[in-house]
Design a protein around this ligand. Structure first.
Ligand SMILES: C[S@@+](CC[C@H](N)C(=O)[O-])C[C@H]1O[C@@H](n2cnc3c(N)ncnc32)[C@H](O)[C@@H]1O
Length: 245
């Protein structure tokens, strides 16, 4: 069977070069924002969905929370596991597909950060995890989604950009097609050339809120960036939403 774009891309050695600005410093900002807006006890259970290399999980475990984190990419999970071991942190890392993930733990917080949503073709598949998250949250639990802001992306899409990271030339071409933002990524390293793609469905803030309200969630707080600016449909770079049950 043909591999899906997200299986190849997030398992590649190039992903962390292309997103080298999405580092621990960047993670600290949204974790600070979340913790400033959600009251959690020291021993709270947190689930980091599509955790990648665990940069948010590590910060949360350092603060003393019980962290479970899952991702499809073994490559990224292994980086997270090694880092956690070095820091003597106990994080429950699980290799799983977000469409199938469900465990019998009651969480106080579920986080889904940095555009780890909208990868699949159908709405049912895209929203399935959030529906499951509702059942995995205790009665005062919160769900946080950090997604792109559709209106902003449509107005501000940069069709072409190039950068050099770790001696690699990274060429990114973006377009909007069939209500998705599609990115072609070419990485040239010496004589080697690799090509990947991303394809994310452009759900608007209203569509997301409507779908989550149907599941039983209520909007708690909305932000438009990691500094905690309030969300503005036209000018916010991100759609960061805290939902409560
Ligand atoms: C943009 S990255 C964000 C990672 C992490 N949340 C962070 O902020 O660093 C998207 C993540 O989604 C994961 N992912 C993609 N498809 C997935 C799937 N079907 N099931 C679980 N995780 C998936 C990727 O492996 C990747 O780690």
């Amino acid at each position: 069977m043909k591999k899906e774009w997200f299986e190849d891309w997030f398992s590649s050695k190039e992903y962390l070069d292309v997103y080298n600005h999405r580092d621990i410093k960047d993670a600290e900002k949204i974790i600070d924002l979340i913790l400033a807006n959600i009251k959690l006890n020291k021993n709270s259970n947190i689930l980091d969905a599509a955790c990648g290399n665990g940069r948010h999980s590590i910060l949360l475990a350092e603060k003393g929370f019980n962290v479970t984190a899952f991702d499809l990419s073994k490559t990224l999970l292994n980086i997270g596991k090694k880092k956690a071991e070095q820091l003597n942190l106990n994080i429950n890392f699980i290799n799983a597909d977000i469409r199938k993930f469900f465990i019998n733990t009651q969480f106080d917080l579920v986080i889904n950060l940095f555009t780890s949503f909208g990868y699949f073709d159908s709405d049912e598949e895209n929203f399935r995890f959030i529906k499951n998250a509702f059942s995995m949250l205790n009665e005062n639990g919160k769900y946080v989604l950090d997604f792109l802001n559709k209106n902003f992306v449509k107005k501000n899409l940069i069709p072409h950009s190039e950068k050099i990271v770790n001696d690699k030339i990274i060429i990114e071409d973006r377009k909007i097609w069939d209500n998705r933002v599609i990115k072609k990524i070419q990485i040239i390293s010496g004589r080697e050339k690799a090509e990947f793609m991303e394809s994310v469905k452009l759900y608007s803030d209203d569509e997301i809120i409507h779908n989550l309200q149907k599941m039983g969630f209520k909007v708690d707080k909305l932000f438009g960036d990691y500094n905690g600016e309030s969300f503005n449909k036209n000018s916010s770079g991100r759609f960061i939403a805290i939902f409560k049950k």
